[in-house]
Design a protein around this ligand. Structure first.
Ligand SMILES: [Fe+2]
Length: 211
């Protein structure tokens, strides 16, 4: 997908994550914030070298830019990508880590509860706006946090799950209680199938490179 970018559909209906995340929060978050990043990105890339690039390419090409306009392009492109990833990291269906993902969690965290605790800690300790991530790098699972629009994907790191800790993600439902939002989301609506799919995609890339 290159410009003009469009707002990708949500993978569930807006009420589906209640009571963990209300339809009101999803509505503002998706139709105002996420849509806003899409619209701003389209205006910024018009008639630039970025107009024909895919979203991921724009994020990687502008990461760490010193030019003011390229910084704005990075912020909006990364936020479009991060939000698409965040929506897919959540599901109203009950999922559990299985197969290779379960083995990787056992190897690198011991137990799923320790991975969840690490994600909660990363989200709580991210000062100000940002993100907590489950990633796979150098053959190991790891938890990372990033500020503002920053994303591990900009450095080519394989992301498995994203957690939005900007206030707009939880303020209507939890006010300033970010830990309560994290506890509810991480304990009830994480999409482990999506994490497994992302981990599997990396295996496919490794196999293709070895051929
Ligand atoms: Fe957000």
């Amino acid at each position: 997908m290159s410009a003009p970018f469009t707002l990708a559909p949500l993978p569930w209906n807006e009420k589906a994550l209640e009571p963990v995340i209300s339809a009101r929060t999803i509505s503002f978050h998706y139709h105002k914030h996420h849509q806003g990043y899409v619209d701003t990105l389209n205006k910024l890339v018009e008639k630039t070298r970025f107009a024909d690039m895919k979203l991921e390419e724009i994020v990687q090409a502008t990461a760490g830019a010193s030019d003011a306009k390229e910084k704005k392009i990075f912020n909006n492109a990364a936020q479009v990508w991060n939000h698409d990833f965040y929506w897919r990291s959540l599901t109203p269906s009950k999922t559990e880590p299985g197969g290779k993902l379960a083995s990787a969690i056992a190897r690198d965290f011991g137990e799923v509860s320790r991975l969840i605790a690490a994600l909660a800690e990363a989200g709580q300790n991210q000062f100000g706006s940002g993100w907590a991530w489950l990633v796979s790098r150098d053959g190991k699972l790891a938890v990372e946090k990033t500020a503002d629009a920053q994303t591990p994907m900009a450095k080519g790191i394989n992301c498995l799950l994203a957690m939005d800790v900007w206030e707009h993600a939880y303020y209507l439902d939890y006010q300033n209680a970010r830990p309560k939002y994290l506890e509810a989301v991480l304990g009830k609506i994480l999409n482990w199938d999506y994490a497994a799919e992302n981990l599997g995609r990396q295996d496919q890339a490794v196999l293709a490179a070895a051929e």
